[in-house]
Design a protein around this ligand. Sequence first.
Ligand code: ADE
Length: 230
Amino acid sequence: MKIGIIGAMDIEVEELISSMDDIKKENISRIDFYEGRLQDKNVVVAKCGVGKVHAAVCTQTMILKYAPDAIINTGVAGSLNSELNIADIVISDGVVQHDFDVSPFGKPVGLISGIDLIKIPCSEELINKLVRAAEILEDTNIAVGTVASGDQFICSKEKKDYIVNNFNALCTEMEGASIGHVCYINDVNFCIVRAMSDKADGTANMDFDSFVKIAVEKSILLINNFLKQI
Ligand code: ADE
């Protein structure tokens, strides 16, 4: 069993990488892939960079080169739900691309051409294992639901409302649905784990850096506990 772990920013994966043993590092398409052991499990960890294209390149490369049995995308996200506050956790049951729109051709907003899906489903088994691993987190709301991705940092009520009204998503970020899309077309199980760093409204860019640190700690704890338990 080998688990692929992808984060968009250094801060989202650097603690995982520094805890790994037997590391082999390889750079492909400007992305460093770290293969080795974490919590005594086989893993490959990469920082993909921000946005859907970086995430897709990283995921496809990871699948072809390292053949992980499952891929988990970890990091932070903007909360779209008033019940989910800074450092609360969302585990995806599916992912949507809120900026995919071929509605001028009569298709529903968000329908992904070629695979004819709006929401790409995650592996039930992974969801259940991640929910169980999340029990280690104290004073943290854990929600399972839709994660919405797009090539935009969401920082306004209008955009936030658009995503909630069209996709009923719990949180928004910039990579998860791209990673899910690539996993789906390669028949690889995947799930997204995101800790809330902001509320995706007009305040989202304020104190972002300090909230990211608090949020990332939670997602790292969860991932380490997941690896311990599998
Ligand atoms: N990642 C963390 N917060 C985000 C936001 N508000 N929009 C997009 N990606 C994010």
